[in-house]
Write a protein that binds this ligand. Structure first.
Ligand code: PMP
Length: 428
């Protein structure tokens, strides 16, 4: 019974916050989609490692060698967590945004990119070096596949002599609706038309097992801070060829194997052909080690029980919100579509920013309001033009006017039932 399963221990679960109504209450962190609290286990692993902290790939001393070993073992742990294929590379980055910008920087010449307009800006915007086709928001998973197939078929037909490289970028789970996208089917469609596919797993990986091999995606990107590790580290994993044929994303020490002066006065550089090619500079050892620790902890807890428990919480929130007539839950694929623990909604007669502020001030509940760095999607869902004040900010609507932004509640492996129960009570 998932209701009986214990949430995983996370940092911050005993933090109390003051209420405007007087007194204080333990903080209910229900904004996992922005950043999840770190697992206690990750914290403990980092604390155990900290005395052995040393430079990576740069020192002859014992602690440097130990740190280098842990760093490279972390790479292997992530490859295993993602069920990578032999020959795939795991590049450590700063975040999902950084990972997708890295991939954008190594696209072959004349690469076309296909991306749904519903993507997070991290997936929508990095492709400035390519010709980009923005695909309209689908209203069913089947329509998503059909839309992609049509776009790729048109491309194939329009190119008489063979066709250049193409990349599809798609999310695994929406950061706005939490809905699952048909990644395996989209990958099959991409490959059938000679295109490659990168999976934005920022919201999928914390909630579901991700198998690069089974989904048959060419690359996957995710962030440590959404996967119960601290901020500052991310992953791009997948096929080596485009990564190794391109110039390094960051040039500098660590990426270069050999550097020599030429007779004409210039400099010749031989770059690494491993993941190190794109990891110049001293790496974020703690961040990388934290990601590996989180991967181990989630694998040990078992995704079957994590998913079951999270779906138990999703059902509680859905049922609770359904009892409030003024609440409209946002979805592309329909109210009953499978989703991870990410649910956005608007409340008739309420400005979403005020509503979210009240949840915090009166109930100690941390949610998010705004446009969630996915303006075109939120516009489609709300049927309005978002008037952003700042990239991910919260536009103002006069009290009683239709919402121009939404409220998002999101949770996961560390969430106790009491937090979502308090949330539902507060909304009611
Ligand atoms: N993709 C999705 C689906 C996301 O939800 C986010 C973060 N909100 C990102 C990409 C970007 O992640 P980061 O901010 O860690 O780079």
């Amino acid at each position: 019974d998932p209701a009986c399963a214990e949430p995983l221990a996370v940092l911050g679960r005993d933090v109390t916050v003051p209420l405007v109504t007087g007194g204080e209450v333990t903080y209910a962190a229900l904004d996992y989609a922005a950043s999840a609290p770190a697992l206690q286990r990750v914290w403990d692993d980092v604390a155990a490692y900290a005395p052995y902290y040393g430079s990576v790939h740069r020192g002859a001393g014992y602690l440097s060698q130990l740190s280098t070993d842990l760093f490279e073992q972390s790479r292997a742990t992530v490859a295993e967590f993602l069920d990578c294929r032999p020959g795939d590379q795991v590049v450590f980055t700063r975040s999902t945004t950084d990972s997708l910008n890295l991939l954008a920087a190594v696209l072959p010449a004349d690469c076309e990119v296909f991306v749904f307009e519903t993507e997070h800006h991290a997936s929508l915007l990095p492709w400035t070096n390519a010709q980009v086709s923005y695909l309209n928001a689908p209203r069913t998973p089947g329509e998503a596949v059909a839309t992609l197939e049509r776009a790729l078929a048109d491309r194939t037909a329009s190119i008489e002599e063979g066709h250049g490289p193409a990349l599809v970028c798609v999310t695994g789970a929406s950061n706005v609706t939490g809905e699952l996208w048909p990644v395996k089917e989209l990958a099959a469609a991409a490959h059938a038309h000679g295109a490659r596919i990168v999976l934005d797993a920022a919201q999928l990986a914390p909630h579901h097992p991700v198998s690069v091999r089974d989904l048959d995606v060419d690359w996957v990107a995710f962030s440590g801070h959404k996967l119960y590790a601290p901020f500052g580290s991310g992953v791009l994993a997948g096929r080596a060829d485009w990564l190794q044929e391109a110039e390094p994303y960051l040039a500098g020490g660590g990426a270069s194997r050999k550097v020599s002066r030429r007779e004409d006065g210039g400099v010749d550089v031989e770059w690494h052909t491993t993941a190190a090619r794109h990891e110049a500079g001293s790496p974020n050892v703690i961040g990388v080690y934290s990601i590996a620790s989180a991967c181990r902890a989630l694998t040990e807890a078992g995704f079957d029980s994590l998913v079951a428990r999270e779906q138990h919480l999703v059902a509680k929130v859905r049922e609770g919100l359904a009892e409030v007539p003024a609440v409209r839950v946002l979805s592309l694929f329909g109210d009953d579509a499978p989703r991870v623990g990410v649910i956005s909604f608007v409340v008739d007669g309420w400005n979403s920013s005020h509503f979210a502020a009240a949840l915090s001030a009166e109930y100690g509940i941390g949610v998010r309001d705004g446009l969630f760095c996915a303006h075109p999607l939120v516009r489609t869902l709300l049927g309005s033009e978002p008037q952003a004040q700042g990239e991910c900010g919260a536009p103002e609507a006069a009290p009683g006017e239709r919402s121009l932004n939404a409220i998002r509640v999101s949770f996961g492996a560390g969430t106790p039932d009491e937090h979502v129960e308090r949330f539902v009570r507060a909304v009611k």
